[in-house]
Structures are given as C-alpha cells and as structure tokens.
Design a protein around this ligand. Structure first.
Ligand SMILES: [Zn+2]
Length: 273
C-alpha cells in the first residue's frame, strides 16, 4: 500500500466517524429540544436544528430556545409556605399582568377551609400548584426521613382540591443538605420531581422592605431561565408587581412550571428529580 492510498483511507474513515457523530449529536439535540421548557418554540425549531449549529449551542439542561434569532428568557416565580390569607391578592397581581406562577403549599395550611377556594382558583387560572410538605419540619422530613410520605400526602390533598395530579415539590429549606441520596432514591422511585431555585429573594427577612426584595431578584436575574424563590408574605406581595414589570422589561416571560417540559433544578444536580 502506498502513502497516498493510506492517506485516503484515513480521510475516508475520519469522515465516516465525523458523519456518525454529527447524526448522533443531531438526534440528541432534537430530543433535548422536545423536552425543553419552551416546548412551543422547540417544535418550530426542530427542523432547523442541524448538527452543524451544535457547537454554538449551550447544552445545559436549562438551555432556552431561540425564537426569531432571540434567546427566549423565562422566569418562574415560585411562592412557598401558603396558602395564606394573602393568596387572593397574589393571584390578583399575577392576573393583572398576565403572569403565571408556581405555588408550593404546606399541607397544614391546605386544611384551612376558608382558603380552599383560592387554592382551586390558583389552579383554574393556570398557575401550577405543588407541595411543600405537610409539616415543614426539618427533623421530620430529613432526619426522620419522612420526606416522600409527607410530599405524597400533600400532593394528594392538592389533588382533592384542584383535581390536578401534581408531581412537583419544593423541599422546605431547599434540598441541600437534607435530601440525602437515600431520600433522593425514594423520591425518584415515587416519581416525584423536586425544584430548588436559582434566585433567592431573601424576602422572609425583608419585612417592610419590598424594594430590597425587588433589588435582590433583579440582581440575580441574569440567565435565560431563572427560578425565583418567594414566600406568601406581605412584603413579597408588595414587591410582586415591580418584580413582574422589571423582569418583563428585561425580556422575561413569566410562566408556570410545566410537567410536560420538566427540567431538573436541584442543588444536588440529580437528573432524576
Ligand atoms: Zn418553606
């Protein structure tokens, strides 16, 4: 075999490998787009997702879709510790600005009969309603390992009220450090999804200082996908309208969590959750 034909063989083999790689990467990307949060846009984008554009794409799980050449920005406003008597006012502000939110309710509060109609209203108005445990107690949830049982009970209560069958929960105090590998295994086996957050508003410690909350959120809002932690407190309610307005000014769309387009947001980076 002379030098040239050896060279040609190497070139042929290399092109074959590159070709196969390109096809695999293309398949991966199309699959990923399909499960991404911006599902509507993802569908439209699929036909133009060629392997050749792959190197320029951010392949992180939360990668947004492009739309008309613009990166789509989505902010998920999440509200913990309700339902509270402030819930109807939170719903009013969201409705006024055509924004959707995600509520994580505590089982103990879901037992309040006077609040049940607002829980139903939240679901009916297109917000996502998930569980934030029954007791909110660190010892019970993590030390005694009752996390999954409490979440199942909470999700069942929500199902009874809204008719929805939610799977997403917000771990009290965040999933780290409490949600051990053993508990995460159980959670994954139960088909429960866990969302932490990407922006902590620190609203709970800013009583009487809604501007401080707005600043904290806007300081953190940098990435195309943000999950914002808020609580059903008066100061958070007061901060909500400016937060929505300013996020929109920054190009964010305010969406509720969508199970069909789930992507992991947990401090453990556990892809199963
Ligand atoms: Zn909480």
């Amino acid at each position: 075999m002379n030098k040239n034909s050896a060279k040609i063989r190497i070139i042929k083999r290399t092109s074959l490998i590159v070709g196969i790689l390109a096809v695999f990467m293309g398949l991966f990307f199309v699959g990923k787009s399909f499960f991404s949060p911006a599902k509507g846009v993802a569908k439209a984008e699929q036909k133009v997702q060629l392997a050749t554009v792959l190197p320029q794409q951010n392949l992180s799980k939360t990668a947004p879709q492009e739309y008309n050449g613009q990166v789509r920005k989505v902010a998920y406003l999440t509200f913990d510790d309700g339902p509270s008597k402030l819930l109807p006012q939170f719903l009013e502000v969201l409705k006024k600005h055509d924004a959707k939110g995600t509520f994580f309710f505590v089982g103990g509060n879901l037992g309040r009969k006077d609040l049940v109609p607002y829980v139903k209203q939240a679901a009916d108005e297109g917000h996502y309603v998930g569980s934030h445990s029954m007791t909110h107690k660190f010892g019970k949830l993590y030390t005694q390992g009752e996390f999954v049982d409490e979440m199942k009970e909470g999700l069942k209560m929500i199902n009874d009220i809204t008719g929805e069958n939610p799977k997403l929960v917000r771990p009290p105090y965040g999933s780290m450090p409490g949600l051990s590998e053993e508990l995460r295994n159980k959670t994954a086996e139960a088909g429960i999804k866990v969302w932490d957050w990407t922006i902590d508003s620190y609203d709970w410690k800013m009583k009487g200082n809604p501007q401080g909350i707005v600043n904290e959120v806007m300081k953190g809002a940098k990435d195309p996908v943000e999950v914002i932690l808020l609580h059903e407190h008066q100061q958070s309610l007061d901060a909500l309208e400016p937060i929505i307005i300013q996020l929109k000014e920054q190009g964010y769309e305010l969406e509720a969590y969508d199970e069909k387009a789930h992507f992991p947001v947990n401090f453990w980076k556990d892809e199963r959750l």
